[in-house]
Design a protein around this ligand. Structure first.
Ligand SMILES: Cc1cc2nc3c(=O)[nH]c(=O)nc-3n(C[C@H](O)[C@H](O)[C@H](O)COP(=O)(O)OP(=O)(O)OC[C@H]3O[C@@H](n4cnc5c(N)ncnc54)[C@H](O)[C@@H]3O)c2cc1C
Length: 390
């Protein structure tokens, strides 16, 4: 038995990057377990399965996984999240079975003796709790399942948490994907200004076109001088360029959104006792209350769930909440364009806990410019570090 076979790696998350970790563990002969809280692989990507990726497939597959694509697959295609799962992530996961534990939500990680880790896991199917002892932990749990609140400074707006817990809650943090009829004629509020909000704005504009009586409101934290999105005519990603152009047109067209509030924050939701609607208090240069809102689409971004490693000594960047070594590199790199990024080398993947790594979207903390290509390089770097000491 080789040394590697005695080394057990616990991987948190079966998103594209967690699965990539599995491919590397398999290649190098390590034992590994992938913990996935969802009832299927890539649970977060499934939450946006209807959204088209802005990078072509050739940028979303790794060197190790590429061969698992069917021969007839167009490598330059722009797939939706759902197609990406079925054409690429599913075949990768099949190769990694039976090491993937679905319904296994990692709650907390601690040190066990000097060199090992103990992982506390909740099995959501059996409602059992279990400990796992491993030699190394790679946290690839992403950020998408931990959305920001909508209040000032991402604090919860008053009653936001109660709203979340309501049966058939009118608030969603996802990009909507429903029949137009379902929301036709309703009063809908969109909050946010990132790419997700742009995608939701495009969806809402189509609803409005089909059902002109629908009433739409858009709340944006930033102050907007002219248009909300900067268009880079040189952006090589056509999908992204088109998305921001459409969102700008929607913003400028006074017939789509009834009202747009910039420099504004939601401070309170007032729940109605008699109906499922909410009143929304907006703090802005012209404070307002929007009454009887049927649906709230909160696309205010997400951030890492740091409670998983709260019992370890992981030094974070105070600004981004990402691991410090990588955060320093990211903050000092000049390019804001995610396509121009390069990986920052093996040392940037080290954390202040030996054999504990944070990878993928979560490694960027609150920064929003992570792309899969970089994630694949990060995994390569991490396995170089693991191999050096095994
Ligand atoms: C709408 C949208 C479109 C995007 N489009 C692109 C694109 O075109 N190109 C690109 O390069 N990037 C894109 N990204 C950015 C990024 O590449 C993706 O978010 C990608 O899914 C990140 O992969 P990941 O594996 O790091 O995390 P995730 O895909 O978020 O996977 C994390 C996994 O961990 C699981 N998990 C979370 N917490 C726990 C826990 N406690 N215990 C166990 N399991 C847990 C989740 O269920 C999930 O399956 C997009 C992001 C979004 C939101």
């Amino acid at each position: 038995m080789s040394e590697n076979q005695n080394f057990l790696i616990g991987i948190i998350g079966s998103g594209p990057i967690g699965l990539e970790c599995g491919l590397h563990a398999l290649k190098h002969g390590y034992q590994f377990i992938i913990f996935e809280s969802g009832d299927d692989i890539a649970n977060n990507v499934r939450l946006w399965s209807h959204v088209q990726l802005f990078t072509p497939l050739n940028m979303n597959v790794s060197l190790l996984g590429k061969n698992l694509l069917k021969e007839e697959q167009d490598i330059n295609a722009f797939l939706t999240g759902g197609e990406y799962i079925e054409h690429y992530l599913r075949p990768v996961s099949c190769l990694l079975q039976p090491n993937i534990r679905l319904h296994h939500r990692v709650i907390s990680i601690g040190r066990f003796h000097t060199n090992k880790f103990i992982i506390f896991v909740e099995n959501k199917q059996s409602s059992c709790e279990e400990y796992f002892i491993v030699d190394c932990v790679i946290d690839a749990s992403g950020t998408y399942s931990n959305p920001n609140f909508v209040g000032p400074s991402y604090l919860p707006a008053i009653n936001e948490r109660a709203l979340q817990n309501k049966l058939q809650s009118p608030i969603t943090y996802l990009i909507p994907h429903c029949n137009y009829e379902q929301v036709a004629g309703k009063r809908i509020v969109l909050i946010g200004k990132g790419y997700s909000a742009a995608t939701s704005a495009v969806f809402l504009a189509k609803v409005k076109e089909a059902y002109p009586k629908t009433q739409l409101y858009w709340i944006i934290k930033q102050s907007i001088d002219h248009l909300p999105y900067c268009i880079n005519p040189e952006d090589p990603l056509i999908q992204r360029r088109e998305l921001v152009a459409s969102a700008n047109q929607i913003y400028a067209n006074k017939n789509i959104f009834n009202e747009i509030y910039d420099k504004a924050a939601v401070t309170k939701f007032t729940l109605s006792t008699y109906s499922s609607t909410v009143d929304i208090t907006i703090d802005s240069p012209h404070p307002t209350i929007l009454n009887n809102i049927d649906y709230v689409i909160a696309n205010t971004g997400s951030q890492p769930d740091r409670s998983l490693y709260a019992n370890l000594n992981v030094q974070e960047c105070y600004r981004t909440k990402g691991p410090i070594a990588l955060a320093v590199k990211l903050l000092s790199s000049s390019s804001a364009d995610c396509l121009k990024q390069t990986s920052h080398g093996t040392n940037s993947m080290l954390t202040t806990e030996k054999n504990f790594f944070i990878v993928g979207n979560k490694s960027y903390g609150k920064q929003t410019n992570f792309i899969l290509q970089i994630g694949f390089e990060q995994v390569n770097d991490i396995f170089k570090l693991i191999n050096e000491q095994c």
